[in-house]
Design a protein around this ligand. Sequence first.
Ligand code: NAP
Length: 256
Amino acid sequence: MAGRTVIISGGGTGIGLATARAFARDGDTSVLIGRRAEVVERAAASVGNAVALPADLTDPAEAARVARFVAERFGTVDVLVHSAGGSGLLEPRPDDADDADDTGDPLAAAAHHWTVAFRINTLTAVLLTEALRDRLASPGGRVLFLSSIAAYRGSGSGAYAASKAALHPYAFDLARALGPRGVTVNVVAPGYIEETEFFGPAMPPERREARVAETLNARAGTPGDVAETLRWLASHAASHITSQTIQVNGGAERGH
Ligand SMILES: NC(=O)c1ccc[n+]([C@@H]2O[C@H](COP(=O)([O-])OP(=O)(O)OC[C@H]3O[C@@H](n4cnc5c(N)ncnc54)[C@H](OP(=O)(O)O)[C@@H]3O)[C@@H](O)[C@H]2O)c1
């Protein structure tokens, strides 16, 4: 199955970048999508077998532009990995946000937080899927969503968790629709994964220790842990696995 075309949203950093590296070892070519051009360009250069495609996938016109690029350059998509996302807490506030948080209006702040979470985690995946679904290799195509342990047990405010949980029924409906074409659709839900940009520039040591203590194998997850799960789900060996959610968290969701 070498020489496949792999589209990876959020491919410039963390789990998405590790996934591109894993596919490159198999001789596959990845298209790395992210908003920061310099980040995806640097990532593509480091991977080798990869192309940078800067785009903001919350914008339907940008998703359409990505689809046109993929159509012209590759024609068919073998694997689609949705790694774009985040807590939303580190997102820059838009100019037109009226400084809702600053006015102390808790409802305006909640509206902003929930809207951002659904835009970056749910909408990015839905728009890219809808833009590319007719290009998925049939049979053999793979669609892989990144959810989170938060979808099972909350995330504090609930916004991030809900925006990830929303991907599950979307993936199941998609698996039903694309199954007859020989395309599988699955969801991978990681626990705490370090060496990503998810938690910002620095994770406080006590917070890291608390996350590690939740696992049954007493370690943090790595981007490679998730990348190898995605790589396996994209392989021929996993061709009878579809409409499933697989947790990669060292047992943290079950707990001690
Ligand atoms: N790290 C963890 O512990 C953890 C745990 C569970 C689930 N996850 C999930 O795993 C996925 C990968 O996260 P990560 O840990 O690898 O963190 P990360 O390094 O922050 O990666 C997220 C990527 O998404 C891109 N992105 C965000 N918004 C985008 C948009 N509108 N359009 C295009 N690209 C966008 C970011 O690049 P730009 O900012 O340049 O756009 C970034 O490269 C995320 O969906 C995250 O929610 C992570």
